[in-house]
Design a protein around this ligand. Structure first.
Ligand code: ADP
Ligand code: MG
Length: 440
């Protein structure tokens, strides 16, 4: 009975929910018992249970009633064996995740354990862990920034999840900047600003995703600044994710920008070659896909610009393999991905090259593009220009713009680097290592 009911419930939910939501929140569940008109559903974590209660309980109830043919009761319980991560020793903390409009949600199991760490994301990863260790104590705010699909939201969710499973009371609010704005507008309209403020100010940790959405929204920024101050003064933790560094964010008021800059800025850099391979392995494993090294390398090189793109590709390969009953060989992978266009040769974008140089010299993006001319920064900047010139087809103007310079500065930089390469063996060594990690 339980299986029959569950198959039907899943069928209905698959039809009624968005694919992404279904995959994220429903697919990981298991129905384990049907007893006295009550269906027991197991979820991998209390985090998922909370999320289901907040967002999908009505849809679940409806689907179960329809499957059973009469009103039934639902029991949601946690079964950690369904989760990827090991069970925490003891759990008394509560987590309230307050998020209604989720735009692009990563999988339900975004934890530290299934975050693949490499050179490109080590700093944000360690910073996120430190925040969980002692929220509000060290990096406050923690400001994560970087390109799309590189794991920012994953890390935010991991923080929320980990704080929620700690001992003791620690409430967490995870919200996208878009939701913050929408709810503020709603509260203004309904004259419920006090309630709105209280909601965000009583939390132990406030996590705000995609802060770039606040651009040019002066009233929202003002409100957010007050929230920020109240939490910060109370030594509560604030974690923010953004697609750019504070200084590069357009349309953000100076007051807010300087608050963002006041904590730890950690950039999630484009995936380096090693990390891409590790990520392919991990995502294939998660999808139950067995891949030869040759296939792993192919995917890492051509289809792994970021985690999100890779997941789509893996899903496609998995589906193709299981539908045709064939093994996921290189041939099959090529066939499966034909529809996605020609495989791009390991694309070296300006951003990736500059990121690689920054990592090597331990500079931030902001530093390398700054007006400063000290050797510590000027040489890496010139080198970045040189590598961009050699490894992309971008015009000089675009290369200059990537580093906040005009094209004549790029011309000058190319000459300076070539000169240096002639005379400095250690520098040649550095450059060749950098080129290696760029995959040339
Ligand atoms: P962002 O918020 O930076 O745009 P996401 O966190 O949404 O990116 O990541 C996109 C997808 O890629 C998610 O499903 C995420 O789990 C996955 N992903 C990205 N980076 C990693 C990583 N280092 N380890 C594991 N999964 C990752
Ligand atoms: Mg995101």
């Amino acid at each position: 009975m339980v299986d029959a009911v569950w198959v039907e419930v899943r069928r209905q939910l698959r039809a009624s929910l968005r694919a992404k939501d279904y995959e994220t929140w429903i697919a990981p569940l298991q129905a384990t018992a049907w007893d006295s008109n009550e269906l027991t559903i197991e979820a991998p974590s209390s985090f998922v249970v909370d999320w289901l209660r907040a967002n999908y309980i009505a849809a679940l109830q409806e689907a179960v009633d329809a499957a059973v043919g009469s009103p039934a009761r639902l029991k949601l319980i946690v079964n950690r064996a369904l989760a990827v991560e090991p069970a925490p020793r003891q759990r008394r903390g509560t987590i309230r995740v307050e998020e209604r409009q989720v735009t692009a949600m990563p999988p339900a199991r975004c934890t530290f354990d299934n975050f693949v760490v490499g050179r490109s994301n080590q700093v944000p990863y360690e910073a996120a862990r430190a925040v969980v260790e002692k929220p509000g104590a060290r990096f406050n705010p923690l400001f994560l920034y970087g390109g799309v699909g590189l794991g920012k939201t994953h890390l935010l969710m991991a923080i929320a999840h980990a704080l929620g499973t700690r001992n003791g009371e620690h409430s967490v609010a995870y919200v996208s900047a878009e939701t913050f704005v929408n709810e503020m507008i709603m509260a203004l309209r309904r004259h419920q600003m006090e309630r709105f403020r209280l909601r965000f100010r009583r939390v132990g940790t406030l996590i705000v995703d995609d802060i770039q959405f606040l651009a040019d929204k002066v009233r929202s920024q003002e409100e957010f600044t007050h929230t920020f101050n109240a939490l910060h003064d109370g030594r509560r933790q604030i974690v923010i994710a953004s697609d750019r560094a504070p200084d590069d964010l357009p349309g953000i008021e100076t007051a807010l920008r300087s608050r963002f800059n006041s904590g730890l800025l950690a950039d999630v850099q484009p995936l380096d070659a090693e990390l891409r391979v590790a990520l392919v392995r991990r995502k294939a494993e998660d999808a139950g896909l067995v891949l030869d090294d040759e296939v792993v390398e192919h995917l890492a090189e051509h289809w792994c610009e970021n985690g999100r793109a890779l997941e789509g590709v893996i899903m496609r390969v998995e589906a193709f393999a299981s539908l045709t009953g064939r093994a996921a060989t290189l041939g099959l992978v090529r066939e499966a991905l034909v529809a996605y266009g020609r495989a791009k040769p390991g694309r070296k974008t300006l951003g990736r090259i500059v990121g690689e140089v920054c990592r090597h010299y331990k500079l931030t993006r902001t530093e390398i593009s700054s007006a400063r001319r000290t050797n510590r920064i000027a040489v890496p900047r010139q080198l970045a220009m040189y590598l961009c010139r050699r490894h992309t087809d971008e015009p000089l103007k675009a290369i200059g713009a990537e580093l906040g310079r005009d094209h004549s500065t790029v011309v000058h930089a190319l000459g300076a680097i070539e000169e240096r390469l002639k005379n400095d063996a250690a520098f040649r060594e550095t450059v060749s290592r950098l080129e290696q990690s760029l995959g040339s």
